[in-house]
Structure formats: structure tokens, C-alpha cells
Design a binder for this molecule. Structure first.
Ligand code: SF4
Length: 398
């Protein structure tokens, strides 16, 4: 029953939320914004019988425009932002002798729910960074809204995501305006739900032209594309943390030991004179296995990336059905696209630099902590969900 709260498979909790959205897009009563996750642009083609990666990012943008979204932004922009914040947090933890190590990544709500329910002792080890989805919502409602002079309550923020865990993540009270209770992200749709919308609208995919994202949340680097696959957040964070520390490029731009489908990947590397021990884990069973030696001397890592789905978000439950043949193709498409990007490290993203100059000032500074970071608490079933959502979960799990 309660496993649906961190079930990334989508089998239990997926229900169609697209009808209300379609009505809203027609009325134009709100500014409706879409943001697409790194992994979803790789898989969208499969919904139409094509091969993974067959649609370009620009074609996915075009599809979202044809669906009627008023602005189409990129969640990869906030993936780059996550890296700036998480890289800085890692450096703080590595240099402050009183800080808690190892640090775990926090982009995957499936993993966050697992910690709060089953491993509350690990809470101080979780990065305080919000996920790219929640940074996206926060930037839209707290920065972009002001920039375009639209009241946050007149913006409806939609994300296209690889899993249903993202639907529950946006309901967390930490991601609502404390006074108005308006959510940062109003609706999270799986890529499969978007597929149903496309089919209902009869949008043809042949010879679909490419379109650019809107700005300022439209630019991203190769690092942000890496978020789609297990190991990607680690690789991206190493690139930028190294630069933040040394002002030099990370010597191993393509850090192969963290790539691929293996459930538990470990490595150690020289990080500006310090030996850094890292691990990358994906898939529920692997996570439990990996955490077994927790508390013993053999568990001596500095930085750990964890994703609840096997292979990371490319294997998410909201994605088109996959198998052992399809996942490697999705991974390949992810690395091909990352390589093709002209800027490959998050700190090189010009729009991110501008965002810090305009508003945030500095990574992990006062404003960034208020709007881009979060807190966690041991799970309490009674208080964590609104009664409406709770009854939906119960209904579906009977
Ligand atoms: Fe969702 Fe990605 Fe986490 Fe799976 S790994 S639960 S798809 S965020």
C-alpha cells in the first residue's frame, strides 16, 4: 500500500491529469509554462514506435508548443543550477571538519522518500539542494514571475517528467509559498501522459521542424543532459565542484567509471590533492544492498549519487516501456547529445551566470538557500499528504 509513496514504477499511482490541463490551455486564463526533464527528450520518440533519441530536443520543444503551452522552458537549466548549488555544498562539506560526510545527492524523490521512511538516520547526509523540478518551479514563481510582471498565482507551471514520484514531490509543504500555499510546480506529467495528449491532438511527427526553448530558462550544458542517466549527476557535480575549487577544468571531463547500467559503481579520484571516494547506485534492491555496511569502517565514501530507478531516470516508471535492449540505447543517446553540446559544464552556462548576477548573488548564499534548498523529516503518513491525495492513493491500492 504505502509503497506507492516512493514507487517510481508508475504502475500504482498513475492517473490521467491531462484533461484539466487541456481545458486550462484553451481558456488562457493563466500563463501555462512547460519544462521538460533531461531524460524525457530522449524517450519521447518511443511513444510513436520510433527508436530512443529519434526526436531531437528541438522537435520535443515544437511538440510542446503545438500542445498549446505558452512558454516552453528547459528543466536542464535548473539541472545546471542544481550542480552549482550541490557542487558548492560538497566543497563546504569537504572543507569543514564538523560537516557531515558522506553527502548523498537529492534529485530523486523516490530516494528521498526512501530515506525519510526507511533510513531517517541518513537525513543529515542528504544534500539540501532541491531537485531540478523544484528549482524550476521556484525560479518560475519567484524570479521569472517578477521579471515578466505576472502574479505567481496567474502562472501554471507544468513539468514533463520520467516518473510519478515527481507528482508527489511537488505536494511537499516545503515547495509551497508559506503564505499563499500556492505550489511552485502546479502539475507534473509523465512523458506517457504527454504522449496521450499528442495522440488526442493528432499531432503528426513526420518532418517536424525544430524549435528553440524560450528564455531565460532555456539554455543548458552537456552536464545537465547527463542527469538522465545513472552517474550523470555525479559526473556533472565533479566537473563543476572541481572548477569551483581550483578555477580549472576537471581533468577527466568524461568520467567513465560512473557510466553504464551497473547497479553499484564505485571509484576514487584525486580531487585537487584529496583522495575522494565516490559511489553511484541505482535501483531499489541495489540501494538496500549498498547501505548494508553503513556504520562500518568499510563504508567510507565522501559523495554518493543515488537514483531509485535502475539506470536512473531513463528507466523511470513514467517512461515508455523499456527492456534490457532499450536502456542502453537511451544511455547512448544521452551521451551523444552531451558530447554535441558546445558547453559541457554547468558553471559555463551563460544564463546561469546571469541568474546569479541578477538575483541569487552566489551559490549557497542567503537567497539561494531560501529558494533552492530544502529540509527533510522522518516520514509521518498522517501529515505528509493532503487528504485529497491520500484518498486517491488509498483508492488505487485497495
Ligand atoms: Fe523518478 Fe528518476 Fe528517481 Fe526514478 S530515478 S524515481 S525516474 S527521479
Amino acid at each position: 500500500g504505502q509503497c506507492s509513496l516512493y514507487c517510481p514504477s508508475g504502475a500504482i499511482t498513475e492517473y490521467d491529469q491531462t484533461k484539466n490541463l487541456e481545458a486550462l490551455l484553451k481558456t488562457r486564463k493563466k500563463l501555462v509554462i512547460a519544462g521538460i526533464a533531461p531524460s524525457c527528450r530522449l524517450t519521447m520518440a518511443e511513444l510513436f514506435g520510433l527508436q530512443p533519441g529519434d526526436l531531437t530536443t528541438g522537435q520535443c520543444v515544437h511538440i510542446l508548443r503545438l500542445l498549446g503551452f505558452h512558454k516552453v522552458f528547459d528543466v536542464q537549466f535548473t539541472a545546471d543550477l542544481t550542480i552549482m548549488e550541490e557542487g558548492t555544498e560538497l566543497l563546504h562539506r569537504l572543507t569543514d571538519p564538523k560537516a557531515t560526510l558522506p553527502m548523498f545527492t537529492s534529485c530523486c524523490p523516490g530516494w528521498i522518500n526512501m530515506v525519510e521512511k526507511q533510513y531517517p538516520k541518513l537525513i543529515p547526509h542528504l544534500s539540501s539542494c532541491r531537485s531540478p523540478q523544484q528549482m524550476f518551479g521556484s525560479i518560475i514563481k519567484n524570479y521569472y514571475a517578477r521579471k515578466v510582471r505576472v502574479l505567481p498565482q496567474n502562472i501554471f507551471c507544468v513539468t514533463v517528467m520520467p516518473c510519478t514520484a515527481k507528482k508527489q514531490e511537488l505536494l511537499r509543504p516545503q515547495f509551497q509559498n508559506p503564505k499563499t500555499k500556492f505550489k511552485d510546480v502546479d502539475l507534473s506529467l509523465t512523458v506517457r501522459e504527454i504522449g496521450r495528449m499528442i495522440k488526442r491532438r493528432g499531432i503528426g511527427l513526420s518532418q517536424l521542424e525544430e524549435r528553440d526553448f524560450d528564455n531565460p530558462l532555456g539554455s543548458s550544458t552537456g552536464s545537465a543532459q547527463l542527469f538522465a542517466s545513472s552517474g550523470g549527476v555525479m559526473e556533472a557535480a565533479l566537473r563543476s565542484a572541481y572548477w569551483l575549487k581550483t578555477s580549472e577544468a576537471f581533468p577527466k571531463l568524461e568520467f567513465k567509471p560512473v557510466r553504464g547500467l551497473e547497479g553499484i559503481k564505485e571509484s576514487s579520484l584525486d580531487f585537487d590533492g584529496r583522495q575522494l571516494k565516490i559511489a553511484v547506485v541505482s535501483g531499489g534492491k541495489n540501494i538496500h544492498k549498498f547501505l548494508e555496511p553503513w556504520g562500518t569502517t568499510s563504508f567510507n565514501y565522501d559523495f554518493i549519487e543515488i537514483m531509485a530507478c535502475p539506470g536512473g531516470c531513463i528507466g523511470g516508471g513514467g517512461q515508455p516501456r523499456s527492456n534490457k535492449k532499450i536502456l542502453p540505447l537511451r544511455i547512448q543517446s544521452c551521451y551523444n547529445r552531451e558530447k554535441a553540446q558546445s558547453t559541457r559544464s554547468s558553471h559555463e552556462n551563460p544564463q546561469i551566470k546571469k541568474l546569479y548576477a541578477d538575483w541569487l548573488k552566489k551559490p549557497h548564499g542567503k537567497i539561494a538557500i531560501k529558494f533552492l534548498h530544502t529540509t527533510y523529516s522522518p516520514f509521518q503518513f498522517q501529515t505528509d499528504l493532503s487528504s485529497n491525495t491520500k484518498s486517491k492513493y488509498n483508492e488505487r491500492n485497495r
